[in-house]
Design a binder for this molecule. Structure first.
Ligand SMILES: Cc1ncc(COP(=O)(O)O)c(C=O)c1O
Length: 460
């Protein structure tokens, strides 16, 4: 094919994607009259008509009624296979009997005292076993856990700078709201990425304390540490990036990070808020054999109840134990959250649970790969444990800048086709895709694969 005819073919594909999106958005809106009514009412009392900006999908937010097992039901009465998984939290599925029993029992005996209950010891002991870190504390969201981790790295070293990977998301506290999903024109040169505020309201003074590096590049970390010698407290990283599609670490990357940081007297935090339980019983920490100084957990830990945990080495966590760093919170170790976490760890995410997740993930992956092979698009299926995504590109994706080259519209078209055909994925197309729960079955994952085949049939 000459360059000219290749351009024409690409333009035809682009047109087909645009048409598909327009048609699917119409179908989406037709199905959701009651959601539209609730959005109208909500706009009167909820800023933007929703309870988080990330619940506002295009063309409109989907209001839900309830969930059961692997299914979700919207207020218009449509049933979906839930592969959204509440942004990576719902690994137990919905109304799992073990969680219902644990939470119901706790509710009857009081849910909040701001004093510890015995379940906290059980949960911390199990986390120690899984993540090989001796001491733990609890919080209520991933944001709180990574905030404590950053504070602790600074408290332990007496230094202010942190290293952060371009395209990693670590929650919405100031220190990590830098270069989360920056636009191509903002990011600057790869050797010295520009620290781009991830939100308004982030003071420049705090942004200046964050040194941004690309993922999967040990030389860049070594260079950054040398350029800021003696000033870097530590590095926070998603050990598998899961907020820019899914980007896996190259062999040796995680171990190399720990070595480089420790050689400079700096610390390493793994943000396993998303990877923690979805990729295996002890997350990427156990899978990689690289134990960092701190691990932040949240999401799936609570089986659908809000809870977070921070684990660390004795050296770092002793700063909490001796009061140097005050790790506090009214709802830390909340009895309801502890009961839910205990049931999740002991009754849901056991060996049988992981065997089921692995089998379903392998089935889904092979079905998707078969579709791609037949169509010849070269797209990649990236799955780690129960989380997965389709990278709508044939080129290797090793860091955020590679992810930026993927056409956003494909992610959106995929989301719409899945939704209009009974599979609920996170509404950010190419940013995040599926989570399988222990309550899914073969027909659930086959449905996602069939919908994907329909997308491929329309755009390739
Ligand atoms: C890797 C990672 N860290 C931290 C967070 C923040 O967690 P939360 O939304 O519970 O504050 C998220 C949320 O998506 C996340 O994906």
């Amino acid at each position: 094919m000459t360059t000219g005819s290749a351009d024409v073919a690409a333009a035809q594909v682009a047109d087909r994607i645009d048409q598909l999106i327009a048609e699917q958005e119409q179908a989406f809106l037709r199905r959701q009259a009651r959601s539209a009514q609730l959005i109208e009412r909500a706009r009167d009392v909820l800023a933007g008509g929703a309870t988080s900006n990330w619940q506002i999908a295009q063309p409109q937010a989907v209001w839900l009624s309830h969930g059961q097992g692997s299914k979700l039901y919207d207020v218009d009465g449509t049933e979906y296979v839930d592969m959204h998984g509440g942004y990576g939290a719902s690994i137990a599925g919905h109304a799992h009997p073990a969680i219902v029993a644990a939470v119901s029992e706790r509710v009857r005996r009081g849910t909040h005292f701001a004093q510890p209950t015995e379940d906290a010891i059980v949960v911390a002991t199990e986390l120690r076993r899984r993540f090989d870190l001796p001491l733990w504390r609890f919080a209520n969201s991933g944001t709180e856990a990574t905030m404590d981790a950053v504070h602790l790295m600074r408290a332990a070293t007496g230094r202010d700078l942190i290293l952060k990977v371009e395209g990693c998301y670590h929650g919405h506290h100031d220190s990590v709201q830098v270069s989360v999903l920056p636009e191509p024109e903002e990011i600057g040169p790869r050797e010295h990425p520009t620290g781009v505020p991830g939100n308004t309201g982030i003071p420049a003074a705090i942004r200046d304390l964050v040194v941004v590096v690309p993922f999967n590049d040990l030389d860049a970390v070594e260079r950054a540490l040398a350029e800021h010698r003696g000033r870097v407290a530590g590095m926070i990283v998603e050990p598998v990036m899961m907020n820019a599609g899914i980007i896996t670490p190259q062999p040796g990357y995680l171990a190399g990070l720990r070595e480089l940081l420790h050689a400079e007297g700096a610390l390493l935090t793994f943000d396993e808020v998303k990877t923690g339980f979805t990729t295996g019983p002890g997350g990427i920490t156990a899978r990689s054999g690289v134990t960092p100084d701190l691990v932040a957990l949240a999401k799936a830990l609570g089986g659908g109840i809000s809870v977070a945990a921070l684990g660390g080495t004795r050296a770092v966590m002793s700063l909490i134990a001796d009061g140097t760093y005050e790790q506090v919170g009214t709802f830390n170790g909340n009895p309801l959250a502890m009961a839910a976490a205990r049931a999740t760890l002991t009754d849901v995410l056991d060996d049988a649970g992981y065997a089921r997740l692995d089998a379903l993930a392998a089935r889904l992956r092979s079905r998707l790969e078969a579709v791609i092979a037949e169509a010849g698009t070269g797209w990649q299926v990236v799955s780690v444990g129960a989380k997965g995504c389709i990278g709508f590109t044939a080129a290797p994706v090793r860091e955020y800048r590679d992810f930026l080259t993927i056409d956003d519209r494909l992610g959106h078209a995929h989301w719409l086709i899945q939704h209009n055909n009974g599979v609920f994925l996170p509404p950010w197309g190419k940013v995040e895709q599926w989570l399988i729960s222990v309550q899914h079955d073969e027909s659930d994952v086959d449905r996602l694969a069939a919908n994907f085949a329909a997308l491929v049939g329309r755009v390739s």
